[in-house]
Design a protein around this ligand. Structure first.
Ligand SMILES: NC(=O)c1ccc[n+]([C@@H]2O[C@H](COP(=O)([O-])OP(=O)(O)OC[C@H]3O[C@@H](n4cnc5c(N)ncnc54)[C@H](O)[C@@H]3O)[C@@H](O)[C@H]2O)c1
Ligand SMILES: O=C(O)C[C@H](O)C(=O)O
Length: 321
């Protein structure tokens, strides 16, 4: 019997640069959730090929028709719909994300240039830390319109906040929403007023002390895991978060999530990538939502933006993109 014309329907193509913990877990999520075919690219010889083969061999059990291929050759990334940048170093205990600035800046600029040369119409999603600065650099070297470049962090930070709220109140996570603004660093801005349990703000359900404790734990969420793991940083929740953003873009879902997006006057900030609520559709950032902030919240956002800007200035003074 001849079944040569019987191929599974083609899917969107996502290239993940960096087949480390986040990249490979994201690749797994994307194929096993039937979201996209994946190219996994890394400079570590054999690693992306081995991981991709392993994930392909799981298809007999997972029962999906998506493909994943590993490579060190950018030519295989041609015509990708989305490029996800996870390449770079992860922090170790005692380090801040900003300690990764110099080495990861070089990596992110180089890999973005290589990938965009083969996929000039792609959307770029940055994961590498320090996130907001890396997203800015990727945008600069890509030459893309700002709405086609974004960074993943707010979905992760909000998911952590949601988790801590649900555990504290002993309610289903399904009823909990949370909002976290600002840079993905120690000065991120979790917003209790905009965090709810089935529409009820947590400010009506928890004491101020309890909320402060949950906010602090959220801000330290990445460091808490780094100190527990001793080598490497979080990757399951980060991969889930990046997966949600990819899905919203590819399937034009119009999810509204906190994402590091280019601000051009919104929230009184300009020429910076920073975490704010954004609507993600097929063309990238379809809309930025401006929340009404109190003076204290706005001041905290401003402070967070200043920290990001300081690091941008540091990069600009050391080596221009
Ligand atoms: N934005 C977020 O919320 C978030 C969450 C988790 C991790 N991160 C960041 O994501 C990055 C990756 O984390 P991880 O846990 O996957 O680290 P990892 O060390 O497991 O993986 C990084 C991979 O990048 C590869 N790499 C390095 N230079 C490269 C290059 N020039 N070209 C291609 N590949 C290259 C390495 O070989 C390695 O496989 C880190 O910077 C980490 O801090 C960000
Ligand atoms: O904390 C890190 O260094 C990784 C990531 O940014 C996280 O928040 O888990």
């Amino acid at each position: 019997m001849n079944v040569q014309y019987c191929h599974p329907a083609p899917a969107s193509k996502v290239t993940i640069i960096g087949a480390g913990n986040v990249g490979s877990t994201l690749g797994q999520r994307l194929v096993e959730k039937d979201i996209a075919d994946v190219i996994l690219l890394d400079i570590d010889p054999g690693r992306p090929q081995g991981l991709a083969l392993d994930l392909m061999e799981a298809r007999g059990v997972e029962r999906h028709d998506r493909t994943i291929a590993g490579t060190d050759n950018y030519d295989l990334t041609q015509d990708s719909d989305i490029i996800v940048v996870t390449a770079g170093l992860a922090r170790k205990p005692g380090m801040s994300r900003e300690d990764l600035l110099k080495v990861n800046a070089q990596i992110v600029m180089e890999v973005t240039q290589q990938a965009i040369a083969r996929s000039p119409d792609a959307i770029v999603l940055v994961v590498t830390n320090p996130l907001d600065v890396m997203t800015y650099l990727a945008w600069k070297v890509s030459g893309l319109a700002p709405r086609r470049v974004m960074g993943m962090a707010g979905v992760l930070d909000a998911s952590r906040f949601q988790t801590f709220i649900a555990l504290e109140l002993r309610v289903s996570i399904k009823d909990v929403t949370a909002t976290v603004l600002g840079g993905h660093g120690d000065l991120m801005v979790p917003l209790p007023r905009y965090s709810t349990v089935n529409g009820i703000p947590i400010t009506e359900l928890l004491s101020a002390e309890t909320i402060d404790r949950l906010v602090e734990r959220t801000k330290n969420g990445g460091a808490e895991i780094v100190s527990l793991m001793k080598a490497g940083s979080a990757y399951f929740a980060p991969a889930s978060s990046a997966c949600l953003m990819v899905e919203s873009i590819l399937f034009n879902q119009a999810r509204i999530v906190p994402a590091a997006v280019y601000l051009d006057g919104e929230y009184g900030l300009a020429d910076i990538f920073l975490g704010v609520p954004a609507c993600l559709k097929r063309d990238g950032v379809a809309q930025i939502l401006e929340l009404q902030l109190t003076e204290t919240e706005q001041a905290a956002l401003q402070k967070s933006a200043e920290a990001v800007r300081q690091n941008l200035d540091l990069v600009a003074s050391g080596f221009s993109p």
